[in-house]
Design a protein around this ligand. Structure first.
Ligand SMILES: Cc1ncc(COP(=O)(O)O)c(C=O)c1O
Length: 404
C-alpha cells in the first residue's frame, strides 16, 4: 500500500504548541512554524483505528502496563527492525523521555555534579540539568568539513569523564540537532570510557526510527550487559506523531536503578499507570506500521533532497545543508552568508514570516545555524523555502544598500 504524506492537515482547534504556541515564543503573530519536533503528517490509520476500538470500550480507568500488550510490541519492533533482542525485565514504562532522564539524573547524581552533553545539544537537556542544580559540562562535537559529519572529540570527552565532579553523560542517538547517527564502534568507545570512569550513561533514542537506512541504527541497549550503568529512553511520540498521548519507555539492565525509578514513578509522583490509549497505539504501531515508517522515511529524504536542491539553485551564496542521516530536522548553516546571526534570526521572523529554531538554543555559540523541520507535505516545505529565500534576499539587498 502507498501512503500519502502530502495530504493537507489541520491543527485548528487542537491547541497545538507548534501553531498556537509560536506567537508567545517568537513575539510575532502569523508566522509559519517549522521549529518544534512534531509532524504535519497524520498518524497512520491503523493506529487511529486501534485507538477508536479502545475508545469504544468506554472505560478508561487506571491501567497496568506490565502485560503483553506493552512488552510484546516493543520486543517485536526492536527485534524485527533493529535485530536487538530485549526481554520483559529490560523494558519499563515511564510517562515521558525527559521524565526518565530527569529522574535518573536525580537518582544517580548529586546536586552540583557535572553532567556531560555533546554540543550542539538538544535544548531541553541544558534546562533539565540546570533546573536540577547540576552543571552542564560541554563536550563540543567536531565538525569535519570534508566528511560533512560531526565527531566526538574522544580525548576531550575522556578528560571530562575523568573529572571527580562529573557523574553522568546524556547521549543523544540519533543526535538532535545535527542528525548524527552513532556507529557501533563509536558507541562502544563511549560506553567503555564511561564505564572506566564510573560515569552513568543515559541514551536518548527518541529519534531512532528516522535513521535512513534503518539498518544503520544501533542502540546502546544492544551493547548493554547485565548490571551496566546504561539506560536507554525512547517512545513512539516522534515516529508516529503521538506526543500528546502520554507514554514512553526505558530499556536497561541496571536492576538497581530500575527498582528506584519504578518505585519513585509510582510512589512519589503517582504517574506509574499507563494511558490505555497509549497501550492500544503502541500495539498497533509496533506490530503493523513497519512499512508506513519506511515510506515516511523516504518522504523525509525526498523533502531533504528538495531542500538541498533549492538551496543549491537559489541560496548557495548564503546557506548549506548536509542531508542528515537521521531525524526530520535540517541543521542549516548560514555561516557562508557572513550575515550577523541576530540579524538573520530577526529577519527570518520579521521579513520571512517563518519560525525556525535558532542555533543558540542548542548551545551552538556561533549561532550560525537554524533548525528546520521537514516532516510536512512538500507544499509546506516549498512555502517555507520561499520564506527563507525572501529573508536572505532582503538581507543581501540591505547589505548592498549599506555598501553603496
Ligand atoms: C532528543 C529529544 N528527547 C526528548 C524529547 C522530548 O520527549 P518527551 O516529550 O517524551 O519528554 C525530544 C522532543 O523534541 C527530543 O528531540
Amino acid at each position: 500500500m502507498q501512503f500519502d504524506f502530502n495530504k493537507e492537515t489541520t491543527r485548528e482547534g487542537t491547541h497545538s504548541v507548534q501553531y498556537e504556541g509560536t506567537e508567545a515564543l517568537f513575539g510575532v503573530g502569523g508566522l509559519e512554524p517549522f521549529w518544534i519536533a512534531d509532524m504535519d503528517i497524520e498518524t497512520p490509520e491503523t493506529i487511529r483505528e486501534a485507538i477508536k476500538e479502545r475508545l469504544d470500550n468506554g472505560i478508561f480507568g487506571y491501567t497496568i502496563w506490565q502485560n503483553e500488550q506493552f512488552y510484546e510490541p516493543i520486543k517485536h519492533w526492536w527485534q524485527s527492525r533493529y535485530n536487538t533482542v530485549l526481554s520483559d525485565t529490560d523494558i519499563h514504562y515511564s510517562p515521558t523521555v525527559l521524565f526518565t532522564a530527569g529522574e535518573a539524573l536525580r537518582q544517580v547524581t548529586k546536586e552540583r555534579d557535572g553532567i556531560i552533553l555533546t554540543t550542539p545539544s538538544y535544548n531541553k537537556f541544558p534546562s533539565l540539568i540546570e533546573s536540577n542544580n547540576r552543571k552542564i559540562v560541554e563536550s563540543p562535537l567536531i565538525y569535519d568539513k570534508d566528511l560533512k559529519e560531526y565527531f566526538l572529540d574522544v580525548n576531550h570527552f575522556t578528560s571530562l569523564c575523568e573529572r571527580d565532579d562529573v557523574s553522568m553523560y546524556i547521549h543523544c542517538n540519533p543526535h538532535n540537532p545535527t542528525g548524527k547517527v552513532w556507529t557501533r564502534e563509536e558507541l562502544q568507545t563511549i560506553k567503555d570510557i564511561c564505564a572506566a570512569n564510573n560515569i552513568y550513561l543515559i541514551s536518548d533514542e527518541i529519534h531512532m526510527d528516522f535513521v535512513r537506512p534503518k539498518e544503520d541504527f544501533v542502540s546502546l541497549a544492544a551493547l548493554s550487559e547485565e548490571g551496566d550503568q546504561v539506560l536507554v529512553a525512547s517512545c513512539l511520540g516522534k515516529t508516529f506523531n503521538l506526543a500528546s498521548i502520554p507514554h514512553s519507555y526505558f530499556v536497561t539492565k541496571d536492576r538497581t536503578l530500575t527498582k528506584t525509578l519504578t518505585e519513585v514513578t509510582k510512589e512519589v509522583y503517582n504517574v506509574g499507570n499507563a494511558s490505555s490509549l497509549a497501550l492500544a497505539a503502541i500495539e498497533a504501531a509496533y506490530t503493523e506500521c513497519n512499512e508506513w515508517v519506511d515510506q515516511l522515511n523516504n518522504h523525509i529524504l525526498n523533502n531533504f533532497e528538495y531542500v538541498q536542491k533549492y538551496i543549491d539553485d537559489n541560496l548557495s551564496q548564503y546557506l548549506s545543508l548536509d542531508i542528515p542521516r537521521a531525524t526530520y530536522l535540517g541543521w542549516i548553516s548560514f555561516e557562508k552568508s557572513g550575515f550577523d546571526a541576530e540579524l538573520v534570526h530577526k529577519a527570518l521572523v520579521e521579513v520571512g514570516g517563518i519560525a525556525v529554531s535558532p542555533g543558540k538554543l542548542y548551545l551552538d555559540y556561533e549561532n550560525k545555524h537554524f533548525r528546520f523541520n521537514v516532516a510536512s507535505s512538500r507544499a509546506r516545505i516549498e512555502d517555507g523555502l520561499i520564506r527563507i529565500k525572501k529573508t536572505f534576499d532582503y538581507l543581501y539587498n540591505e547589505r548592498d544598500k549599506g555598501s553603496a
